[in-house]
Design a protein around this ligand. Sequence first.
Ligand code: NDP
Length: 246
Amino acid sequence: VRPLAGKVALVTGGSRGIGRAIALRLAADGAAVALTFRSGQDLAAQVVKEIERAGGQAWAVRADSGDAEAVRASVAGAVDRFGRLDILVNNAGIGVLGPFEDIALDDVDRVLWTNVRAPFLAAQAAAAHLTEGGRIISIGSCMAERVAFPGGSLYATSKAALTGLTRTLARELGARGITANLVHPGPIDTDMNPADGDSAAMQAGLTALGAYGRGADVAATVAHLAGGGGRYITGASIAVDGGFAA
Ligand code: NDP
């Protein structure tokens, strides 16, 4: 029997990249998967089709992480659709890089709302539905732990904030048998950070393995945390970064 059979997961930003890989992996492990997107409706529909073709259950819903009501509604929608919620994966995220002095106020708001406020609100909404064995897994970044080059002030700030959220969720939800953990990817080949991008050689060079990872590498750790292997892991920050932080 598959490890997540009977479980329901919500993955934010599941239309592309790491979130897509997580949605596919959790579904392959037996979970019914709800996934959100902002604009990539067609791509999200393709993920749903791919899961359904493999015999799984999936559902995609537009929910801009910048919109508090949409975030809450996506949690409620997943529960309506599949009858329960066991796993929340806060994956949707954006990055704005550049010299600290030049970051615009609009970008500060946009990044903090997407990367911090939305996971906070989604966790609040999910906590009302999670039961014993529930999981909250957020996707941070290796830049929360080690800022190895300039330009990441806003992004690193947003991802480091998830450490405080995750540790507090672990403390507040532990008595209910619910865990909260943070996964810090290193450079992963996606639209956000293509392995053939301008800074890719520099980023790969900062890892111990000297290479980019794949979405499936991050998804494997998320699946471990979501399943029985994660039972006694909570409040932790786990690097899937090829040794970027080593
Ligand atoms: P991508 O840009 O490739 O994909 C982003 C996903 O998030 C898409 O599904 C996108 O949906 C969705 N999304 C973006 N903004 C919003 C929003 N406002 N509301 C709802 N959904 C949104 O990013 P990655 O897969 O690379 O990154 C995923 C996570 O991993 C992010 O949190 C990122 O910070 C983190 N990360 C990535 C690393 C990397 O090297 N790639 C390294 C470390 C961390 P849509 O298709 O609709 O735009």
